[in-house]
Structures are given as C-alpha cells and as structure tokens.
Design a binder for this molecule. Structure first.
Ligand SMILES: Cc1cc2nc3c(=O)[nH]c(=O)nc-3n(C[C@H](O)[C@H](O)[C@H](O)COP(=O)(O)OP(=O)(O)OC[C@H]3O[C@@H](n4cnc5c(N)ncnc54)[C@H](O)[C@@H]3O)c2cc1C
Length: 235
C-alpha cells in the first residue's frame, strides 16, 4: 500500500500501482468450486470468506499450501462493512503490516481508493492513522478477482457445520488433532491437516425482534449454524 502522505511522488506511485493492478481485473474469473472435494486432503481449510478469511486463504497459498476456502456466499467475498473505509487509527497499522506480507487488502485499497487521508495529523506520528475511503464495488471486484484466480486455492460455497478432530492423542491426554470439517448439507467430510476459523461476528448469532428470537446473521447472509459453535464447545 502506498504511503498516504501528501506529495507528488507518492501520488504517482499510487497511480502506477493502479495501472499495474489493472490486468488482473480484465480476466474476471468464475468460482473454481471443485465437484468432489471429499477425495482430496487439503493442507489448510479456511472457514469464512470475510476480510480475515480472504487474507488467511491467500497467505496460506503464498507459502505453498493446498488451500480450501469455504464461505456461505462467494458473491459477498470482499464486501465492505457499513462504512467503506480501510485503515484508521490502529487498523491503518494492521493494513500496512498485511500489505508488507503481500496481503490483498492494501493493493485492493489502492485500486478502489477514492480519498486518502491521515487521521490525527495535528498530533504526533505515533497516533497517526492512515485511512482510505473506498469504492465498495471496486474493492469487492478486486478481492474476488485476485482470490478466485489464486493458484492452489479452491473456493467452495456452503456452510461448515462441524469441526472434525481425531481421538485423543495417546501420549498427550486431552489433546486432539484437527482432521477436517463437515458441511451443513450432510455431504462427506472434507479432510485437512489444519483448519482456520474466521467466521466473524455472527457465529451462532441471534436476532431479537420484540419478544421473538431467531437465528440470524449479517443482512443478506444465512445464519451461521449453531453446529459449528457447538462443536467448538465440545472440543
Ligand atoms: C453492525 C456492524 C457494523 C459494523 N460496521 C463497521 C464499519 O462501519 N467499519 C468497519 O471497519 N467495521 C465495521 N464492523 C466490523 C466489521 O464488520 C468486522 O470487524 C469485520 O467484518 C470482521 O471480519 P471477519 O472476516 O472477521 O468476519 P466477517 O466479515 O463477519 O466474515 C465472516 C464470514 O464467514 C462466513 N461464515 C460464517 N459462518 C460460516 C460457516 N459456518 N461456514 C462457512 N462460512 C461461514 C460469513 O458468511 C462471512 O462471510 C461492523 C460490524 C457490525 C456487526
């Protein structure tokens, strides 16, 4: 991600980076959902395609891991929160760290940014917060284009219901190893030697309307089943 200081040099750098990023967007790929994932063993399964999950999946593939990202809706990958901004006080530091590890959000921010600023400029550099306001559609398109074209990554649309673990390890009582996940649709388990859970804010979420309570998730998303939450408590 470019520095958000004023100055022609940095503006040119950002424009150059936007030009370099452009070719990825010209080939907007479709999902590469595999037909039968149960026959394969993945190195990493990431559950949840929010901000955390997309970076986790991309990071796993960058170190050579055969990776499966399972998320409830592929079309919401890269969707921004209510306020379409990236960074800010605290988060700006995080974005730069992810960017320095070749993560996606910094590059997507450069591509989709419409206004760049430094918060807290009147105070000392320790509390400055780089923040970009973003074009919601461009950000989502960039993240989806990058992610769905990533080598060694399969993206599967669906809900994970259960985390699968081995029997207790003999010489380490009470310790289990993760072995994969089971989907809510009852299909065969999918095997993996590690599972990253990035199911976000709405795992086992409830909606309260007057006296009525029902399972719920982010607006437009199905509820994230209580099954996964239960399996975490069990294990
Ligand atoms: C009401 C509200 C308003 C907010 N407003 C802002 C804001 O304006 N600006 C801001 O920066 N932040 C805001 N936030 C915070 C921001 O949304 C979160 O910090 C951010 O979304 C967390 O990212 P995440 O990847 O951890 O989780 P999420 O973005 O929640 O992503 C989790 C993903 O996991 C998927 N998932 C869940 N369960 C399963 C399952 N069982 N199987 C498969 N997939 C599953 C979900 O579909 C989702 O795609 C807001 C949060 C809330 C609740």
């Amino acid at each position: 991600m470019v520095r958000w200081n004023k100055g022609n040099c940095e503006l040119s750098l950002m424009l150059l980076r936007q030009l370099l990023l452009r070719p990825n967007l010209l080939q907007f790929p479709s999902s590469r959902t595999a037909c039968d994932l149960t026959l394969k063993k993945y190195d990493v399964i990431v559950v949840g395609g929010g901000h955390a999950g997309t970076e986790a999946a991309a990071a796993a593939t960058r170190v050579g891991a055969e990776t499966l990202l399972i998320t409830q809706q592929i079309r919401t990958i890269g969707s921004l929160s209510c306020n379409p901004s990236l960074g800010g006080v605290g988060k700006g530091q995080l974005v730069r760290e992810v960017d320095s590890l070749d993560g996606l959000c910094g590059r997507a921010g450069d591509w989709a940014g419409i206004h760049f600023s430094i918060l807290n400029r009147s105070k000392g550099p320790a509390v400055w917060g780089p923040r970009a306001q973003l074009d919601r559609d461009r950000y989502r398109q960039f993240i989806q284009a990058e992610l769905l074209a990533t080598p060694r990554l399969t993206v599967l649309e669906g809900s994970v219901e259960e985390l699968l673990v081995s029997d207790p390890i003999l010489d380490q009582p009470g310790h289990h190893r993760v072995t994969g996940v089971r989907m809510v649709d009852g299909s065969q388990p999918i095997s993996s030697s590690s599972v990253v859970l990035t199911t976000g804010t709405f795992l086992s979420g409830s909606l309260f309307m007057g006296q009525t309570t029902s399972p719920g998730g982010r607006f437009g998303d199905p509820p994230s089943g209580a099954g996964l939450s239960h399996s975490l408590k069990e294990n």
